[in-house]
Design a protein around this ligand. Sequence first.
Ligand SMILES: Nc1ncnc2c1ncn2[C@@H]1O[C@H](COP(=O)(O)OP(=O)(O)O)[C@@H](O)[C@H]1O
Ligand SMILES: [Mg+2]
Length: 508
Amino acid sequence: MLSKVLTGTTLGIDAYLVEVEVDISRGLPSFSTVGLPDNAVKESKDRVKSAVKNSGYAFPAKRITVNLAPAHIKKEGTTFDLPVAIGILKAEGIITGETLADYLILGELSLDGRIKPVKGALSVAVAAKSLNKKLILPKYNCEEAALVEGVEVVGVDTLPELVEFLNGNLTIDTCRVDLSGYFHASSSGHIDISDVKGQEHVKRALEVSAAGGHNILMIGPPGSGKTMLAMRVPTILPDMTLEEAIETTKVHSVAGTLSPGVPLVTERPFRSPHHTISDAGLIGGGRVPRPGEVSLAHNGVLFLDELPEFRKNVLEVLRQPMEDGRVVISRAAVSLTYPSEFMLVGAMNPCPCGFLGDGHKECVCTPMQVAQYRAKISGPLLDRIDIHCDVPAVRFKELAGQSAAESSNDVKKRVNAARAAQAQRYRESGIFSNSRLTSKLVKSYCAISAESSRLMETAVDKLGLSARAYTRILKVARTIADLDASDAIKTRHISEAIQYRTLDRQPS
Ligand SMILES: Nc1ncnc2c1ncn2[C@@H]1O[C@H](COP(=O)(O)OP(=O)(O)O)[C@@H](O)[C@H]1O
Ligand SMILES: [Mg+2]
């Protein structure tokens, strides 16, 4: 007997349809899987066999051949257990219902027949919708899949439960989620920018970064609050749209990093990988491909603390994802794409000892050591960081007696307004923030007056700013003008933007 069950598997963050064909014929008992399965899929045989037996069904002592089509794409992971088991039970005549073809089925089986969580459920649900199919999957992943509107999602806990359901002996309610509920439940706000005392100019720089989507590098001695500030950047970024939330959730669903009970990621991610991270850990890949930190930070913040401590080649591989907003990983047969639109927040000490320019503690580094330390950040990466900001140690007095600082929500309101102005201006340019302005677009959108031009010239001459700093300054000035609700870039916007180029100057 031959049977066919439909399932889906992920490639990057998108899912595609896989047909599981099961053929059972007379002959010496055997069980083989064809169609480019990986090891996890091959091991699936033992789980399927045990799960079927332990659920009280006879496992056929015949020749079983499972074909996974299309054959040219490698199948990875454990989600084929359930469709294979269902295929066998169908071919054996234990499943008699006629509704099987309406569903995409996926799930991992445990030996006793329980159905265990899978990765990538949200992506498969999107595929099910486009194929006009319903979806059966582990109960655990139910809510995550039900986020996709218009797909009927059935969650199951055990193999016998599913058999009874397919035979029409058991009804299971389709899973529903109320999206608005999740959005209101979020913005919990346990951390807030007002936790940081003083440092008004750093908060301002972060606000400008958030408003224009600019990457930022904070430079300051240990203990000055860089990490604390960076962690609060997501709280001043605009609230996520549903589309962004779904895109980000897809990545975390595929990576298996969704928190239990939180099917939708509604808060912007904050990822801070340690400086010992590998290339694959940062940008994705590996034997069984997985999204890297740049993708887990999609629509959020990637924080690289102690930037010069990262290995140089690791920082170099960051370039492409920063440029393209996505990562492409090439495999033998296919290439996978993971999105990676993130805001980079970097932090570093001003010099190896950390106290250059501190005013309280003496720096013990030679100019040579300082130069070498800074040279560790490659030019091309530095080139993609629009804003540099000094973070001096705050005085004890400032920490102790401070009037109430502005809350993240207050800052966010201004950021939202500036983003709205950009969305309006760039609605036909294919970009959405000032940080994405190309040199051509800079020419059309960042015109400056003669007075501002002179200021720029002076800055370039006197402060020894590099030529590449010029475009960065214009983009940032554009954002500052947007925060100021000003169509024109004025001289005061330019002069503020010039201050954000610390590293272009000679170390003092
Ligand atoms: N401006 C500040 N306001 C409140 N607390 C601060 C401030 N700066 C530093 N701190 C305190 O000092 C600790 C160390 O700050 P941290 O962010 O780790 O510094 P850095 O990353 O620059 O070494 C923080 O956890 C916080 O308790
Ligand atoms: Mg720190």
